[in-house]
Design a protein around this ligand. Structure first.
Ligand code: ADP
Length: 258
């Protein structure tokens, strides 16, 4: 049994805005084990990004417990790699220099690790290319390699493939699963795509909005590699979809004031 890496308990987060208090997260409780792949899914505004930002240490004004390896998360750091929807590369640096960033490629161990990562994210031949010469999927693979070079305990991905076309997206899902299977990095992946959530995850955390709460956690015990057209995959898809129907019912009750 793997150890618990991320331990979240009684997490509450509110924002004050001109229109009043927004309860972005309410009593969130979640434990993620070392090496797990967890996807987080839910309608827009249910607190997915807020949850990820808190785990990343980018947002520290919250109530409750958020611990990584038994220590409270008090700010950002290289132990938590973060990938956003847009790759955020340095346009003036080549692929290999974007991956190395503040580390020197003249150091043999950095050179070796960068070369290994370039192979892992399937960018051989593009080491000297600039971001403007890359497709969206390639640029995102550079961002993932840059995060992995820092050996993060956990990789946090906020709709990383949301801006990509369907074919590139499917390819990126395969690349990410390869990385996960080879590196065993713990992953938390936010998406609003049910297929993507089922395809990648060991467990799917389903959030509901107003306030952002965990509606359910579904364990996906399908073996890898998964086939999206298979009956077992489609059954899981329906299982997750049915949770959203329940969320809609809850919302109808909320809005009718009952
Ligand atoms: P999601 O990622 O699921 O779309 P978010 O985490 O971005 O949801 O937002 C959750 C809720 O918190 C939304 O109602 C959003 O408007 C609100 N929110 C998020 N960030 C802020 C902020 N900086 N100031 C005020 N409200 C915010």
């Amino acid at each position: 049994m793997s150890a618990v890496l991320l331990d979240i308990a009684n997490l509450n987060k509110s924002f004050e805005s001109s229109s009043g208090t927004v309860h972005a997260l309410h009593n969130v409780r979640l434990q993620v084990k070392e090496g797990e792949f967890v996807t987080v899914i839910g309608p827009s505004g249910c607190g997915k990004s807020t949850l990820l930002r808190i785990i990343a240490g980018l947002d520290v004004g919250h109530d409750g417990q958020v611990e990584l390896s038994g220590r409270p998360i008090t700010g950002p750091g290289i132990d938590k790699g973060v990938i956003f929807q847009e790759p955020r590369l340095f346009p003036w640096l080549t692929v290999e220099k974007n991956i190395a960033a503040d580390l020197s490629l003249n150091k043999p161990e950095v050179r070796r690790e960068v070369d290994e990562l370039i192979e892992l994210v399937r960018l051989q031949g593009f080491e000297k290319a600039y971001p403007r010469e890359l497709s969206g999927g390639m640029a995102q693979r550079v961002a993932i390699a840059r995060a992995l070079l820092r050996n993060p305990r956990i990789l946090l991905l906020d709709e990383p493939f949301g801006a990509l076309d369907a074919f590139t997206r499917a390819h990126m899902q395969d690349v990410l699963l390869d990385i996960w299977q080879q590196n065993k990095t713990t992953m938390i992946f936010v998406t609003h795509d049910i297929d993507e959530a089922v395809f990648l995850a060991n467990r799917i955390v389903i959030l509901k909005p107003r306030p952002g709460e965990i509606r359910n956690i579904v364990t996906v015990d399908l073996p890898f590699p998964r086939k999206k057209a298979s009956t077992s995959f489609q059954q899981f898809r329906v299982k997750v979809l049915s949770q959203f129907e329940k969320i809609e019912e809850l919302e109808l009750i909320d809005s009718s004031g009952i």
